[in-house]
Design a protein around this ligand. Structure first.
Ligand code: FES
Ligand SMILES: [Fe+2]
Length: 368
């Protein structure tokens, strides 16, 4: 794993509104071992995660419902989480209290009616995905009322063959999730932020025409022959098949990119996850079956991917310095149009209006 730069909270810019009621990647699941507790922050909520003896993952709010001490300060035996302060025991997947050691026969309190906060947690593509319910919805009421079946599906990286290689990258960003996301979909920064001999030069800037269409909760850059000045696409082209790519953005925070050339494919899922209301983290997960038999291709791809993400990260660290002064911001046509759609989609989601900023296919033009 490439942890690029660790950021202090002093670097953080202004907060953003957050979308609850959806799945977010909390952390890589490989480090979650039976009997061990790991903490994470997700949407400003402190979590304690772990793996039970049966392999299932759990994600609890890292606060004891009795007196608020972090549950991660206590013990986990692979079955129950026990609070350090008064020894209450909780089943960590449901959050249900199993035991209150201080109770005597004189008390009528039923421990099983008490719940610690616990969130649905699933393992996909090496991540622990956590469903963060709407604020104020504890798991007890949440599960009895809604039931786990009504949750949206856990996001997954699309794969198009049984054999593939994969890699992942992570970078903390000192800006809020909105800046992370619009930075992710911003086409105009490429020639300036991502200059490199192996990728492209600033001189290669030229006019582009891109076709977009609405999809549920997002938009798609429709399948097209990718820009000829991008080196990875040239590499894919060695197979001599026509290349198509699609890039989907889907709320709350997901960018799916698929490149296919005959039986060869490359697929990535990039998420920008709010850690707190004013900071976020970018995770890039990629899989491919091109160059499957070439040795070291994963380390090479990870190295160049890390350089690429580090360029975005460095830019956003600098941007966060400016954002601390709350400057007015501009979104211009057409290069910032996807960012405008993102803000419109987010507002529609937060207000529950069901509106979509695109009512049909749209063609955009910009130079990049
Ligand atoms: S604070 Fe956790 S058991 Fe009392
Ligand atoms: Fe970038």
């Amino acid at each position: 794993m490439n942890d690029l730069v660790q950021l202090g909270s002093h670097a953080a810019g202004p907060p953003a509104e957050l979308i609850f009621g959806d799945w977010y990647p909390a952390l890589r699941s490989r480090g979650l071992r039976v009997g061990k507790m790991t903490t994470a922050l997700l949407l400003g909520v402190p979590l304690v995660l772990g793996r039970k003896k049966d392999g299932r993952l759990f994600a609890m709010r890292d606060l004891c419902p009795h007196r608020g001490i972090p549950l991660s300060a206590g013990w986990f035996d692979g079955e129950n989480v026990q609070c350090k302060y008064h020894g209450w025991k909780f089943e960590p997947c449901s959050g249900q209290c199993r035991e209150i050691p201080s109770l005597t026969q004189h008390e009528t309190l039923e421990p099983g009616k008490i719940y610690a906060g616990a969130y649905p947690c699933e393992e996909r593509d090496g991540y622990a995905w956590v469903y963060m319910p709407e604020a104020g919805t504890g798991r007890a009421s949440y599960f009895s009322a809604a039931g786990a079946d009504e949750l949206p599906p856990v996001p997954e990286l699309p794969k198009f063959s049984a054999k593939y290689r994969s890699a992942h990258l992570v970078a903390d960003l000192p800006c809020n999730v909105d800046h992370g996301i619009i930075g992710l979909m911003d086409p105009a920064h490429g020639p300036f932020v991502h200059q490199a001999w192996w990728w492209r030069s600033r001189a290669s800037i030229h006019e582009k025409t891109k076709h977009f269409e609405p999809i549920p909760q997002g938009f798609r850059m429709s399948s097209h022959a990718p820009s000829a000045n991008s080196a990875p696409y040239k590499l894919l082209g060695v197979y001599g098949e026509p290349i198509t790519t699609t890039i989907d953005f889907v709320l709350p925070n997901r960018r799916y990119e698929t490149i296919r050339a005959g039986a060869k494919w490359f697929s990535s899922l990039t998420t920008v996850t709010p850690v707190t209301p004013s900071t976020c983290r970018i995770d890039v997960l990629a899989a491919w079956n091109v160059f499957y038999h070439v040795p070291f291709v994963t380390s090479i791809a990870t190295y160049f991917g890390a350089r690429f993400v580090a360029q975005d990260q460095q830019t956003m660290i600098e941007q966060a310095q400016g954002l601390r002064y709350h400057p007015g911001l501009m979104l211009i046509d057409d290069a910032d149009k996807p960012a405008k759609w993102y803000f419109a989609l987010k507002q529609a989601r937060l207000k529950g209006t069901g509106e979509h900023p695109l009512n049909g296919p749209v063609t955009l033009h910009w130079r990049s």
